[in-house]
Design a protein around this ligand. Structure first.
Ligand SMILES: C[S@@+](CC[C@H](N)C(=O)[O-])C[C@H]1O[C@@H](n2cnc3c(N)ncnc32)[C@H](O)[C@@H]1O
Length: 261
């Protein structure tokens, strides 16, 4: 079957989840992602780490080398590897066949593609990211894998273009600490979740060994925010999540919860 025809239905289904303004404003790009941003509306960089995501080189090596190596450094030698991370995400999200799942700050779609396989042909996985180079790589990999139930959108993760209650599950791995206002972003992820839907977040966490004065130095040098141990859990509770689970591994935390029905 023609690969572009295969992706057609995922594209059409993804567009029905967008608010009408975004649907009219955006356009499908040649690589195969729907673009909602331009120089004016692209989110401002929060520092060097985010700048790297816009280069051509990092998306080329991201999935195979960059993410596993950096993840290992952050999670520690006994922390979960990449396939275990995917498993953690799937479990926290309670993903099953037929679900509609959003991958926020999806990068090249390394998790999005795996979610697509889990939700199957009746389900849909949508990835959103601000980096055109990441999404170009991601669109290429979708065609290679003939992933006919995955769509990629270029948009701002802190101002999601989707209608309220559109998704059964929302994932945000390795990105919340890069956002200018991560708590507003969590609130927006909650808005697009259906009642009873699940969220899964993997982000930074401050450990006791990191003395408080080090925190601003790390944050300023990298542009990555370091969250206090209970900050994300408390925010999810305040947003109406229950069944909250937190697992800390090295300098990162995995947090999941279910939105009260
Ligand atoms: C380290 S990658 C994470 C990719 C993937 N989720 C993973 O776990 O490997 C972080 C991604 O966040 C994206 N990003 C950062 N700020 C963003 C924003 N405001 N809106 C959309 N994407 C953003 C970057 O472009 C980059 O692709």
């Amino acid at each position: 079957m023609d690969a572009s025809a295969e992706t057609q239905s995922a594209r059409e289904r993804a567009l029905t989840l967008l608010d009408s303004r975004s649907r009219e404003r955006g356009r499908w790009t040649e690589p195969g992602y729907f673009d909602l941003l331009d120089d004016e509306t692209a989110p401002e960089s929060t520092g060097p780490t985010q700048d790297l995501m816009l280069t051509r080189l990092v998306p080329m090596v991201y999935e195979r080398w960059w993410r596993p190596a950096l993840g290992r450094a952050m999670k520690g030698v006994t922390g979960p590897g990449m396939s275990e991370e995917v498993r953690i995400a799937r479990l926290l999200l309670g993903l099953s066949a037929g679900h509609t799942v959003l991958d926020v700050a999806c990068g090249p779609g390394n998790f999005t593609r795996s979610f697509g396989r889990t939700v199957g042909s009746r389900g849909l996985a949508v990835g959103i990211d601000a980096s055109p180079t990441m999404l170009t790589r991601g669109a290429h990999d979708l065609l290679r894998d003939r992933a006919d139930n995955v769509a990629l959108i270029r948009g701002d993760a802190t101002d999601l273009p989707f209608l309220a209650g559109s998704f059964d599950a929302v994932c945000c791995f390795a990105a919340l600490h890069l956002f200018s206002d991560p708590f507003a972003a969590l609130a927006d992820m909650t808005r697009v979740l259906a009642p009873g839907g699940r969220i899964a977040v993997m982000t930074s966490v401050r450990r006791q060994v990191q003395l408080p004065p080090l925190k601003p130095l790390i944050e300023r040098g990298s542009g990555m925010r370091v969250f206090e141990h209970d900050e994300i859990v408390a925010k999810l509770q305040a947003l109406g999540f229950c069944d909250i689970h937190q697992r800390v591994s090295g300098l990162v935390q995995f947090v999941g919860g279910r939105l009260e029905a």
